[in-house]
Design a protein around this ligand. Structure first.
Ligand code: 8X3
Length: 252
């Protein structure tokens, strides 16, 4: 794949899975997350494994000005972004809506919704000008229906669905494509963050079921990205075999 791919939240989980998959297929990568060290290590690893050219672009996606400055300062040869993978996102807390922590809600809303929007706003105009582009948003099964303790997180992922659908509508007369990938249980650092660092509780989520991995979701993202130009994979819901909905899971 001879494409330049910008991945947010690239240093772990689904983001790192996508970095590996796209690198293995010959893409060049712009890697973003907050951690310069992790991104540099990942870039080094991908260079050694696949000879991948990487541009490391550390900034906090929630910082709109930093995002704009980073994109503005991209060297000319890195400005032509073909694929934007809006992956950065998180859940914090499992409180009831009337008992939750407003600061934590704000972090989720700022990251999962506002940062995704600002990255889209910054990158898509260039794609339209060049007549080429694909926006892959990492949504969630959580956006399809709310579940206990997930109220605000589920709302943010419902917003990712609406924003993906809205963008697809707005781009209908262009060659650009928009994909919303909605994973179910994926074993990453996600649950550790959700349970505010409680590793035992996080591990328990994936006990008794073979959860998906970041690499599994990367396969789905790559499938959408490598589909023929006339084919727009609009939305994919993907979960472990022993999961049926956001709340119905069979554990053995
Ligand atoms: C995260 C997946 O199952 O915790 O988006 O809602 S789940």
């Amino acid at each position: 794949m001879n494409k330049t791919v910008l991945i947010t939240g690239a240093s772990s989980g689904i983001g790192a899975g996508c970095a590996n998959k796209f690198a293995s297929q010959g893409a060049r990568l712009i890697l973003n997350s907050r951690s310069t060290d992790k991104l540099t290590a990942l870039a080094q690893e991908l260079m050694e494994k696949y000879g991948t050219e990487c541009y490391v672009m550390p900034f906090d996606v929630c910082d709109r000005k930093a995002a704009a400055a980073a994109l503005e300062s991209l060297p000319e040869e890195w400005k032509t972004i073909d694929i934007l993978i809006n992956n950065a996102g998180l859940a914090i807390g499992v409180d009831k809506e009337h008992e939750g922590n407003i600061d934590e809600w704000e972090i989720m809303i700022d990251t999962n919704i506002k940062a995704l929007l600002s990255m889209t706003r910054l990158v898509v105009p260039g794609m339209i000008e060049r007549g080429c582009g694909h926006i892959i948003n990492i949504g969630s099964i959580a956006g399809d229906a709310a579940y206990p303790g997930g109220s605000v997180y589920c709302a943010t992922k419902a917003a990712v669905k609406a924003l993906s659908d809205g963008l697809r509508i707005d781009l209908v007369d262009t060659p650009l494509r928009v994909t919303n990938i909605k994973p179910g249980l994926v074993e990453t650092n996600f649950s550790v963050v959700r349970f505010r660092g409680d590793k035992d509780r996080a591990d328990n989520v994936y006990k008794g079921i073979k959860a998906l991995t970041g690499d599994d979701i990367a396969e789905v993202a790559y499938f959408a990205a490598s589909a023929p130009a006339h084919m727009q994979v609009a939305e994919i819901l993907v979960m472990p075999t022993y999961q049926a909905t956001g709340t119905i899971v069979s554990k053995k």
